[in-house]
Design a protein around this ligand. Structure first.
Ligand SMILES: Nc1ncnc2c1ncn2[C@@H]1O[C@H](COP(=O)(O)OP(=O)(O)O)[C@@H](O)[C@H]1O
Ligand SMILES: [Mg+2]
Length: 348
């Protein structure tokens, strides 16, 4: 449960991660992929913040940038009050134990030549001076915590099922008692039949070890079960952030509405007219549209959306949205004029 005044464990402000694109024999820089393009949110201690959006919208890059697996292009990342956005890679070493990542594909993220004991014990080797015996004890403890039989500690990753391999990855992430874990689609590569087990394990571990999660998923209905609050990403930006209940009960952003109406859950109240079908593809993050990133596909697009990038702001207590439909201030007059022109059937 969250306290009355929750403590901010992670504070992300205007985070940008642009990857350069090079071309030609001279490898000239010809552009950049704006994978994450100005993202701001907080994650409170003990909570799970869900980060959702279609494939390619920048979720993984965002998670990795927050953990400083990249040198970020711009912005600020504070973990427990300490700014790490501009810390050189060498200086991050002592921060690493407090923040960890669980990857989507346990097959690819575990070294096939290492035994389970070596894999889980590797962070202990790197960051502690535990003796070999103490390290083994700790590895066994971690295997117990994630429900792996300790007698398997000398086996190799390929000898395990997908679900068990993900447990190995989780045990490794837990080895140094982290506070914050980015779970990047941790169950997406697993059989449906074992997805729930891994989700339940992550929830149990969160309670037991007081963990804070950024839980990345492309699946809104999955996040509903695990997240306290949900951030919706589109083309490198967070378009809406809301407590879970409010988001699913009354999505604000047209993109969230579209995503939710695509979730195949039987809802007797939903008529076919309520369904929003998105037209077209996600534009390229190397060439995002002018104005609002969603303007090319938005069913409720207005004139101003093609001109101005909407500000990400709090429109109801705890509810943030980046959409001109919710702008009460500067864009107000323009927005209402646009509304009129929409009613008159003028589309631009
Ligand atoms: N290392 C990289 N170099 C260049 N482009 C990248 C790199 N990593 C990701 N991208 C691009 O950034 C965008 C966002 O990718 P990603 O963060 O993996 O999205 P998601 O996790 O939401 O599917 C994509 O267009 C992807 O091709
Ligand atoms: Mg991803």
């Amino acid at each position: 449960m969250l306290d009355a005044t929750p403590r901010k464990l992670v504070e992300v402000r205007d985070l940008k991660m642009h990857f350069p694109i090079y071309a030609g024999i001279l490898r000239k820089r010809v552009g950049e992929v704006k994978a994450v393009d100005g993202v701001s949110f907080d994650i409170f201690a003990g909570e799970t913040l869900g980060l959702v959006g279609e494939s390619g919208c920048g979720k993984s890059t965002c998670g990795r940038a927050i953990l400083r697996l990249y040198d970020i292009t711009d912005g600020s990342v504070k973990i427990d009050g300490a700014e790490i956005g501009d810390t050189p890679q060498g200086g991050l070493r002592k921060m690493r134990p407090t923040m960890q990542m669980v990857f989507q594909d346990p097959q690819a993220s575990l070294n096939p030549r290492m035994t389970v004991e070596a894999i889980i014990g590797e962070p202990l080797m790197e960051h502690t001076d535990l003796s070999r015996d103490k390290r083994r004890d700790r590895v066994h403890e971690l295997m117990d915590a994630v429900g792996l039989n300790r007698t398997f500690s000398n086996r190799y990753p390929h000898e395990f099922s997908g679900g068990q391999r993900q447990r190995i990855g989780i045990a490794r992430a837990l080895a140094l008692n982290p506070k914050f874990i980015v779970c990047d689609e941790p169950i997406a590569a697993l059989d449906v039949s074992i997805q729930a087990q891994v989700v339940n394990l992550l929830e149990d571990l969160q309670e037991k070890f007081d963990l804070t999660y950024l839980f990345i998923s492309h699946d809104l209905s999955m996040v509903r079960h695990i997240a306290d609050r949900v951030a919706v990403m589109y083309l490198g930006k967070v378009v809406e952030l809301s407590p879970r209940e409010a988001l699913y009960a009354e999505p604000l952003h047209p993109y969230t509405k579209a995503l939710l109406s695509a979730v195949p859950e039987p809802d007797p109240d939903m008529t076919t007219e309520d369904r929003v079908i998105l037209q077209g593809d996600v534009p390229s993050p190397s060439n995002p549209p002018q104005g609002c990133n969603f303007c090319t596909r938005c069913p409720a697009v207005m004139d101003i959306c093609h001109r101005e990038d909407p500000e990400f702001r709090e429109v109801q207590p705890g509810r943030f949205v980046a959409c001109h439909h919710y702008n009460q201030t500067a864009g107000d007059t323009a927005a209402s004029e646009d509304n009129k022109s929409i009613q008159q059937g003028e589309t631009t």
